[in-house]
Write a new protein. Structure first.
Length: 281
């Protein structure tokens, strides 16, 4: 994943779009004061990359084969977990400073890798600690929007940790259709948040960041992490691990086929796989 390929593409994530994940990640309390009109709605958008911005959010964080841990993760002072997700590459349409449409054009496997920092003021403080602190599959699969019955509907999200030669389920294998907000409801929610979300609690003023980035025409948005297995909830990344996130169409492949593809490092064209060797940055 070459940074220059993604110049000008802003990176945002959706917090709280999969039931149970925030509780497992110890982040549910961060959003107690966040008001939502629908109890199923995601909690907020958060930035992980803002092109041209000074400071940490202006550092390009995405890799497609390597995940670099912060030094403190080796000592155990900072605990880092895989966050398996679907990422959408989207085109944005503006009227003035206002976003009027978000149009997905491709999707891929994504790792919204996060540091568990209970004292972080903003979600973004847990998300970007430098180059290769995130992951996106090099195989993005084209789509034309996000409509019911589209190709993404039949996909599932698998997540494994390869450690000591053993492939261990890290995230609960989940249907993409199980996202709380999906299809038009997700896109309409995103448009609203892109225009109205304020700098409040763990959230940030997203429209101001869009203006800071010069009104980017493309957006990479990760739409929410799935739940962890018992192992994934209690174990954190270490040097020598391999993080594995695979999006696969359930009509064609099962768990055994996914595990075999990971072991062989050979993936069918209709799979989007993200295999990252974990090292110290």
């Amino acid at each position: 994943m070459q940074a220059q390929t993604w110049q000008g593409i802003m990176g945002l994530g959706v917090a709280g779009n999969f039931a149970g994940h925030l509780e497992q990640a110890g982040e549910a309390s961060d959003f107690v004061a966040v008001m939502v009109r629908d109890k199923l709605a995601p909690k907020a958008l958060f930035p992980f990359y803002v092109p041209g911005m000074a400071g940490q959010l202006g550092v390009f964080p995405i890799g497609s084969d390597t995940l670099l841990l912060p030094e403190a993760a080796v000592s155990g002072d900072e605990k880092v977990q895989i966050e398996p997700e679907v990422a959408l590459l989207c085109e944005l349409e503006y009227e003035g400073n206002k976003v009027v449409a978000v149009r997905p054009t491709a999707f891929g496997a994504y790792n919204d890798c996060s540091i568990r920092r209970p004292d972080a003021r903003k979600i973004s403080e847990k998300k970007n600690w430098g180059p290769c602190s995130k992951g996106l599959s090099a195989n993005l699969i084209p789509i034309d929007g996000l409509v019911p019955g589209g190709p993404l509907d039949g996909y599932r999200i698998a997540c494994y940790l390869e450690r000591g030669g053993e492939l261990i389920p890290y995230g609960v294998d989940s249907a993409v259709s199980d996202y709380s907000y999906f299809h038009t409801r997700l896109l309409e929610w995103m448009v609203d948040k892109l225009n109205t979300q304020e700098d409040e609690g763990p959230a940030e003023h997203i429209n101001g960041l869009l203006q800071c980035a010069g009104h980017p025409r493309q957006l990479l948005v990760s739409i929410g992490a799935t739940r962890y297995t018992e192992f994934g909830e209690r174990h954190f990344l270490a040097p020598g691990d391999v993080s594995c996130v695979v999006l696969y169409p359930a009509a064609r492949y099962d768990e055994a086929a996914v595990r075999s593809a990971i072991a062989r490092r050979e993936f069918a064209p209709d799979m989007s796989a993200l295999i990252q060797a974990v090292r110290v940055g």
